[in-house]
Design a binder for this molecule. Structure first.
Ligand code: NAD
Length: 289
């Protein structure tokens, strides 16, 4: 039976460390979060970010903009935040209304305040291995693997999903850590043949029940990123058949309580890292995890 990777406790411990480190800085690290429209999931995420900032002793600013806001108005707010010295990280909660170009907005965030690491310059730095911060979900997964001493070096790592925010940067991170990486996606012909090779299987497809025990190698570490909301009960489930796969894997993440809390903790860590860079207390370098 697999060890259950407890993202919730680990994230709480990381937040404590962040709070202690932040308390020693000359000023509070600052995060500005912009939300457009009234999508309930986005609202929950932004509420959580605000709560986490308070728990870490950070300065936070929040902008709740109507869905009718123009791209120019949004760009104006981002421009002001880019110039605001109390703000170390700027994030715009995605998705945005169809009338606004997400690419244009993401590219308007100053790269040195790009706390989500979605800017093309940040992505380039990840490819070249010189990124001060990485996207929160992949770095949260790496931190969890490290905390449980699950090695990546030399392992076969299968990434199901290739989105810009999870799958692609996760694969890059695993490659940086000397994993042998296989990307799978909707066009992958025989998904099970790929996933069965995985020492580390990471799944972010958004397809409940996608990964069954026959698709998992005995002893694998299985990381379920997905957060699928059951419309009937409102409960969240992952993409992995947890009860049956846990009998075959060595390690497995629960949903909820696995990757989600780690993603939240890494956002705080990214704000702290950017703040230290802005205060001249750190050198722009490589990832530490
Ligand atoms: P996305 O919809 O942008 O991408 C999904 C990817 O999965 C695509 O690359 C697609 O090709 C692939 N895919 C879909 N069905 C597949 C199938 N049957 N076989 C193989 N590949 C398939 O999704 P995303 O933004 O990366 O999010 C994925 C999931 O992770 C969602 O459930 C989302 O809610 C969740 N998520 C969780 C966190 C967290 O912190 N826990 C963070 C981000 C996303």
């Amino acid at each position: 039976m697999a060890v259950i990777l407890d993202g919730k406790s680990l994230a709480a411990a990381i937040r404590n460390e962040i709070r202690e480190e932040a308390a020693c800085l000359p000023r509070k690290p600052g995060l500005a979060a912009i939300m457009v429209g009234d999508d309930p999931a986005s609202r929950l995420y932004v509420n959580n970010k605000e709560k986490d900032c308070a728990a870490c002793g950070f300065y936070s600013r929040r902008f709740d903009l109507p869905g009718s806001v123009s791209e120019e108005e949004l760009l104006g707010i981002i421009g002001k935040l880019n110039a605001n010295a109390a703000v170390d990280g700027v994030l715009v909660q995605l998705p945005l209304p169809a009338s606004i170009s997400e690419r244009r907005i993401v590219e308007a965030i100053a790269p040195e305040k790009d706390v989500d690491a979605f800017h093309p310059l940040s992505v380039g730095r990840m490819v070249y291995g010189k990124a001060p911060v990485w996207p929160c979900t992949p770095s949260g997964i790496a931190a969890m693997l490290d905390a449980y001493q699950i090695p990546i070096d030399g392992k076969i790592c299968v990434m199901v999903g290739r989105s810009d925010i999870v799958g692609k940067p996760m694969g890059l991170l695993l490659l940086r850590r000397n994993g042998t990486v296989i990307y799978c996606h909707r066009h992958t012909r025989d998904l099970a043949a790929m996933t069965r090779q995985a020492d580390i299987l990471i799944v972010a497809a958004g397809h409940p029940g996608l990964i069954t025990p026959d698709m998992v190698k005995t002893g694998a570490a299985v990381i379920d990123v997905a957060m699928n909301r059951d419309p009937a009960t409102g409960a969240f489930t992952g993409d992995v058949c947890f009860d049956s796969v846990k009998e075959k894997a060595s390690y497995i993440t629960p949903v909820p309580g696995g990757v989600g809390p780690m993603t939240r903790a890494m956002l705080m860590r990214n704000v702290l890292t950017l703040a230290k860079l802005h205060m001249g207390l750190a050198e722009p370098g490589d990832i530490e995890y």
